[in-house]
Design a protein around this ligand. Structure first.
Ligand code: ZN
Length: 310
């Protein structure tokens, strides 16, 4: 089935890395399988970081290998550096994202790298990709993290984000993504950043957004992204992850609510909402101590709702 907007489910990575519970590997596989069967085209299944830093994702290589056996699923993973990229390629990931924090303070605190050092790391990643045979080479995206603002530095100058995106494209990066890591963005800011990057780098270099719902603005930003022509939106089942600083706030935007919004507007996601609600039950059962967020699943589908494909 043709789809209009590609949902990239990031719950198994962004969601699970942010909670205390460690989901057993078999439960992760069951989640990924069920969400694939519900029609999700892409799932970010883990992160290739040292297990002592993120024990929740220590089984990422195994989970990636499993996910690549699911027919038609695009298996994505996050990596912090070239070493992580090596692991992702070895496991067979088809898409790899590396976050590059637009806030240098955040970058130093998070991955202990200045902007210059992070740029060098990306060059080393590009070299590794160039040496990798085409059939094993994953799509590679640099996520412009904290592009909308930073919890440590505060506002991030928009011209800095646009300049750094252009620099990455000059280095040979095929695609960048706009990330509202801290959930501070608004739709007009998203539009300014997108138009700035498109005019500096070309439209094809930026097609995806990664949004958090920390302040309840996630779906407003997602709608703006759709209207601007973005074709990939990251979201997390049940908005897993939350935000320690904002009780009641989901982490990423909630996949169920996003799919409902898009399908109700006539935009095809390829995802069956009733099946997605069932995945939510599965995940809640596997994470009994964690709160799931969102409205669509709790309210159920409205009478006569058919979805975009019908
Ligand atoms: Zn995130």
């Amino acid at each position: 089935m043709a789809i209009d907007i590609e949902i990239s489910e990031v719950g198994p990575r962004d969601g699970l890395q942010s909670i205390r519970s460690i989901m057993p590997t078999e439960a992760k596989k069951a989640w990924i399988k069920a969400q694939h069967e519900a029609g999700t085209p892409e799932i970010e299944v883990g992160s290739f970081v040292p297990p002592q830093l993120l024990p929740q994702l220590a089984d990422t290589a195994e989970v990636v290998r499993y996910a690549t056996t699911l027919p038609g699923l695009r298996v994505a993973a996050l990596v912090p550096n070239r070493r992580g990229l090596e692991g992702a390629i070895a496991a067979g990931a088809q898409k790899v994202s590396i976050p590059f924090s637009m806030s240098e303070t955040h970058s130093v605190r998070n991955v202990k790298k200045t902007h210059a050092q992070m740029r060098e790391e990306i060059v080393r990643c590009l070299e590794l990709l160039a040496e990798t045979p085409a059939e094993r080479r994953p799509a590679f995206e640099v996520g412009l993290a904290t592009a909308f603002g930073c919890t440590i530095e505060g506002p991030i100058p928009e011209d800095r984000v646009i300049r750094m995106a252009a620099d990455l494209v000059d280095l040979g990066v095929a695609e960048v993504g706009l990330s509202d890591t801290t959930g501070v963005g608004n739709p007009r800011q998203l539009e300014r950043l997108a138009r700035g990057i498109w005019s500096a780098c070309g439209r094809e270099r930026l097609t995806g957004v990664h949004l958090h719902n920390t302040r309840g603005q996630g779906l407003a930003n997602a709608l703006k992204a759709v209207e601007l022509g973005f074709t990939t939106i990251d979201s997390s089942l049940g908005g897993i992850g939350g935000c320690p600083a904002a009780p009641g706030a989901s982490g990423n935007i909630v996949t169920e609510d996003l799919v409902f919004l898009l399908e109700a507007m006539g935009l095809r996601t390829g995802i069956d909402l009733e099946a997605l609600f069932a995945v939510r039950e599965l995940v809640q059962a596997a994470l009994p101590d964690e709160e799931l967020y969102g409205f669509a699943a709790a309210a159920g589908l409205p009478l006569g709702f058919t979805g975009a494909a019908a």
